[in-house]
Design a protein around this ligand. Sequence first.
Ligand code: HEM
Length: 415
Amino acid sequence: MTLTVEQAGRALADPKAYADDRRLHDALTLLRREAPVHRVEAPGYDPFWAITRHADVLEIERAHDLFLNAPRPLLATSELDKLNRERAAQGIALRTLIHMDDPDHRVIRAIGADWFRPRAMRALEPRVRELAKRYVDRMVDLGGECDFAQEVSVHFPLYVILSLLGLPEGDFDRMLTLTQELFGGDDGDRRRGQSNEDKLQVLLDFFAYFKELTEARRAHPTGDLASAIANARVDGEPLNEFDTASYYVIIATAGHDTTSATIAGGLHALVANPRELARLRADPALMPLAVDEMIRWTTPVKEFMRTAVRDYELRGVTIREGDSLLLSYPSANRDEDVFDDPFRFDAGRDPNKHLAFGFGVHYCLGAALARIEVRAFFEELLPRLRSIELAGEPEGIATTFVGGLKRLPVRYKIT
Ligand code: HEM
């Protein structure tokens, strides 16, 4: 059956489409070609414009004074959008960097920014390498076969980010469950329950944990990122309870599933492309390029949204004031106008102007850290890897937000 543009547009609001790479990319390729600025009316969702070309995603991100993150920073059902608006009006909603615009965004982003600069990254790198080794050793302990997504890649980035925050290892399992419940989004296997109340409860559990943390770090600052957030002052005042908790939530969540998805997706790409694996092993200097190709290939963040503050003309289409736009990163990263042979995994791709980290004022705060983590992991794994193959069908996560592989069964020999 031939796919119509309308069906392709609706796939963007269908979590299951994201678990099926082929289905997703058939839809995105059609939209890029036939309707790059396409209005989507999907049941259960407020309408939005799907922006699928690389150049257009860039144009919208650049014009951050015309296209705001608030009030609809990411795709949610109409029901959840409404609930979020009500909670925001009562001052009990999550208010992270991705929910904010200038001037607040600039001030709040600056609180954490130093922790992600090259100096801080250099200081953290030995710990990242130690953790990478721990997880490759774990693969050895697992006896030559494992579900890489469930047993390895999901843990390593969480440990890194919790180390950066300065949380005790004893709390890591609890954080793993909470971040997955919050981010698993639409995937039944990862969700605590079906209802909006269940989602709210996960958020409240997060807040309760971080409230305790804030109090502890205010009483006894320990020189970690959690202390910097707890003791930050804006106009001489500490952040309120929700803004503090929101900061922890964005760091803990944004820094976790994204990088796990890249490591699992990157390994899958190498297994599926043995020549690229051999090329990378033969020439380890390619690693930085390979890391960015893994990030482009997996594009773990599927979308962010913007809202127009005034009418705007894009490719001859009039976007009206108040309209929402969905920036499709997986689509931008397969754009034929920007990437040669975009559906080929090329470990040495150069240039590679992918938009997986977004662009402009909201550009991913953790991009350098993510690159260090992915690189450290594969620099530890590849020299020790004797062989690797699939031991079952990989399975994707059904989510319109952050996703990748939920299962990656592999069989391997590692020294
Ligand atoms: C924002 C992707 C890893 C923290 C973002 C954005 C994207 C993204 C697309 C939104 C950019 C925009 O709106 O233009 C990714 C990918 C990652 C990754 C693909 C891994 C491969 C990390 C890590 C951290 C992190 C390790 C560490 C804490 C953040 C934060 C923001 C953000 C705090 C909000 C920035 C803002 O709104 O000013 N990320 N991210 N991310 N990311 Fe990442």
